[in-house]
Write a protein that binds this ligand. Structure first.
Ligand code: 5GP
Length: 192
């Protein structure tokens, strides 16, 4: 059975790293590549990290109904193209969406069967430290992201699953356990 897994949580919480770990452990899962109007960061590749779209193209695709969900986050637009999820599900794969909270709500409304996981920081101060040490955002962009993060943290109780990213290995174990349970897979990979 294939499912849609929505992984959300504030910027800097380590969603990306946790998801990479999850995808390594469960190779049948596939990450949906989002579309965004934000500028590529150094090292980001179009079609691999995001589909980088001009704002007019993003709007055109919104009008065409191409998005399963979309949201404005910190001045840029982000969205999941229906085609990204559809073709993976049609191939019998489960899909992981790494998206912010407004998008997670839209997916919850459109697909009640989606599995929604909120990734939380062990303490809020960690977000600033992570965003600063990542070095990908300006000081102003970090402040904007932290402001959104506060609202996102306030929404965490909406989510049926919550994983505290206190330690990558432990948090990945917990996330893997949630996914395995939802997919009806045995809880141990048998590797250990
Ligand atoms: P970043 O600019 O750091 O790559 O992403 C900013 C925020 O947008 C992150 O919280 C990320 O999870 C979220 N995001 C990425 N892709 C999507 C998407 O397709 N839809 C929504 N709603 N949020 C997204």
């Amino acid at each position: 059975m294939s499912k849609v897994f929505v992984i959300t949580g504030p910027s800097g919480v380590g969603k990306g790293t946790l998801i990479s770990e999850l995808l390594q452990r469960l190779p049948d899962l596939e990450l949906s590549i989002s579309a965004t109007t934000r500028q590529p960061r150094e090292g980001e590749v179009d079609g691999r990290d995001y589909h980088f779209l001009a704002p007019e193209e993003f709007d055109r695709r919104v009008e065409a109904g191409d998005f399963l969900e979309f949201a404005t986050y910190s001045g840029n637009r982000y969205g999941t193209l229906r085609s990204e999820a559809r073709r993976r599900l049609a191939a019998g794969r489960s899909v992981v969406l790494e998206i912010e909270v407004q998008g997670a709500r839209q997916v919850r409304a459109a697909m009640r069967e989606s599995v929604q996981v909120f990734i939380a920081p062990p303490e809020p101060g960690l977000l600033r430290r992570r965003l600063e040490s990542r070095g990908t955002d300006s000081a102003a962009a970090i402040d904007a992201r932290l402001e959104v993060a506060e609202q996102e943290l306030a929404a965490q109780d909406e989510f049926p699953h919550r994983v505290v990213n206190d330690d990558l290995g432990r948090a990945a174990d917990e996330l893997e356990g949630i996914v395995r349970t939802e997919l009806g897979l045995p809880l141990h990979s048998g590797a250990e």
